[in-house]
Design a protein around this ligand. Sequence first.
Ligand code: ZN
Length: 180
Amino acid sequence: MKYILLALVVVVLASAAVELLRALRTYLKFRGKRIVSCPETHQAAAVRIAAGKAAAEATIGAPHIRLSECSRWPEREDCGQECLAQIQEAPKACLVKTIVNQWYAGQSCVFCHKPFHEIHWHDHPPALLAPERKTIEWKEIPAENLQDVFKTHRPVCWSCHIAETFRRVHPELVTDRPAH
Ligand SMILES: [Zn+2]
């Protein structure tokens, strides 16, 4: 009897672990902001999938993938979410982070000319130089404008962004010395 109980506990724990793992995998696959081509306008739209909800549903079966955010909401909140097919087809390729990382790859900072290698978004993320010669951070840019920004802005490293911002805000404290 004791062994049967023990075996039962092991089975229950193992299946719970499998379900948790499936939920985690679903969450990791669908979290994050993405860019899709809106099937209605054929323009870029920034969307987010309800990853938490999908993960919870994945524990009991196939999750029902739906959006939790779209740059065209609330006006078009009742659309058929046909863009989901694009995400299902290439979940990683449409992630904003993937698209931005690809843009930086092979480019160098316009100020110090240091090439961009692996980008760490949590630690000294790269910035941009706007056409009006002002450096800005990615958080100031709506994701749906990504493709336009790539055409009009130049890449800037974190250190140069900080230096340029200081120069702009406190011009009286900056002395430019000629290079030796
Ligand atoms: Zn730089």
